[in-house]
Design a protein around this ligand. Structure first.
Ligand code: C5P
Length: 416
């Protein structure tokens, strides 16, 4: 699964009410998990199912997971005035159709209103968000009629989410799978996120680097990459185009983020240099190795039984952040640079000194041993004005707060 499940999403959708519409498709089985994830993230969920959807998963399952009776028919008399198509649409902060079949997309295009779900979509007030997660066989998805219909529903105001690629229930392989529940959750969370970085391009480095000693050994550190990945995700949700240059980490790529994997500090610098011209914000979270072996042996260094240990010389790695901060792009204000400092003591003094030394406008200090590998942290932001504390919270929440702090500090000419 190519999605980011690193941070617990609890609270991301607190207070939001989602109308989850299921239409006929095998992917309905994934909607059970989606419903669970939405609720875990703090949302309340009202499930609405078409007759065809009930062929694939029962309303009983969806009722148990959502904690609410599922609505199936426009003739459902439980609504006092018998107008569920009006009230259930109005009550929701967002309507999510997952899975959305080819037939249902065609129904939306035509403005059909002969069953409850399409009727509710047609009756939704202007501006009520409608997110569509298509799910169908690859030939159906690629068919000009479907593509035409998808373009039309998008033009009519719906947000059409992508589809996955891979094995399909019919045995074929291709585009048309419904996105995974975690990806759909991210799309919903992203929809609600304030777009404080709309139109911005953000380049993030994350994780450790690996400096080879020989083909099987190397020097690295305990950085998990979680903070950098959380920042990439939060920036993407805030409307930015995000590229992530990642050292060796075991983390899935956040939805909508482009990722470049590297090993060594020099590879990381090369990737950053290559892409930098397109970016306006650079966030260096990577724990780059300060030194590397002067020479990496071509073949494995053997223990020869003599008790002698191999002599090893080191050379200093390039400082990626300092190098970037020296570029004309950063010096003339077209690139806003953010550095991190993992300290073990005197956080404020050390972070401020590092900010001045590296010539970056914003440096984020944290206590190194307290953060490596963890899901939560506390940050101290240091800039020319002084300090701002981001108290102990999950890295997910801290990343969202940091993104807002970065947006606030962008020169007026560049802010969204
Ligand atoms: O000097 P120190 O490693 O403490 O600085 C930390 C900051 O500098 C982080 O933002 C880190 O990503 C960045 N850095 C870098 N290249 C290095 C060393 C650190 O980009 N070689």
């Amino acid at each position: 699964m190519d999605s980011c499940s690193v941070m617990p999403a609890a609270g991301d959708l607190q207070g939001r009410h989602i109308l989850l519409g299921l239409t006929g498709g095998v992917a309905c089985y994934k909607s059970a998990e989606l419903c669970r994830l939405l609720i875990k993230a703090g949302a309340t969920v009202q499930v609405m199912m078409t007759e065809a959807a009930c062929q694939f998963i029962t309303p009983v399952t969806m009722q148990a997971l959502s904690g609410r009776p599922v609505v199936l028919s426009q003739w459902d008399a439980r609504t006092a005035d018998n107008m569920p198509h009006i009230h259930l649409g109005r009550d929701a902060d967002l309507i999510l159709l997952a899975p959305c079949s080819a037939d249902f997309i065609a129904r939306l295009v035509q403005g059909r209103a002969d069953e409850l779900l399409s009727l509710t979509c047609l009756a939704r007030p202007a501006g009520k968000p409608l997110l569509i997660a298509p799910a169908m066989n690859r030939e159906m998805y690629a068919h000009p009629a479907t593509q035409r219909n998808l373009a039309q529903v998008a033009a009519d105001g719906a947000q059409v989410l992508g589809v996955g690629h891979g094995d399909q229930a019919c045995g074929e392989v291709g585009d048309g799978r419904m996105l995974e529940p975690e990806q759909l959750l991210q799309a919903v969370v992203a929809w609600f996120s304030p777009k404080v970085l709309a139109g911005q391009q953000v380049l993030v480095t994350a994780g450790p680097t690996f400096e080879a000693i020989d083909p099987v050994r190397g020097i690295t550190n305990h950085s998990s990459g979680k903070m950098g990945f959380a920042i990439a995700r939060a920036a993407q949700e805030a409307g930015a185009t995000v590229k992530l240059v990642a050292g060796p980490v075991h983390l899935p790529t956040p939805e909508g983020v482009t990722r470049i994997d590297v090993q060594s500090a020099r590879q990381m610098l090369e990737a950053v240099r290559l892409h930098l011209p397109e970016y306006g914000i650079f966030v260096a979270t990577a724990a780059v190795a300060d030194w590397r072996p002067a020479e990496a042996a071509e073949h494995k260094i053997k223990k020869d039984g003599s008790g002698q240990v191999p002599a090893m010389a080191f050379v200093e790695n390039p400082d990626i952040l300092a190098t970037v901060a020296q570029t004309p792009q950063a010096q003339n204000g077209a690139l806003f640079c953010v550095g991190f400092a993992a300290e073990s003591q005197d956080l404020e003094a050390n972070a401020q000194a590092k900010r001045v030394r590296k010539q970056v406008p914003l440096l984020v200090g944290n206590i190194g041993p307290a953060t490596f590998g963890k899901d939560d942290n506390a940050l101290l932001l240091v800039d020319a004005e002084g300090t701002t504390e981001l108290p102990h919270a999950s890295k997910r929440v801290l990343a969202q707060q940091l993104v807002a702090e970065i947006a606030r500090r962008l020169p007026d000419t560049r802010s969204a």
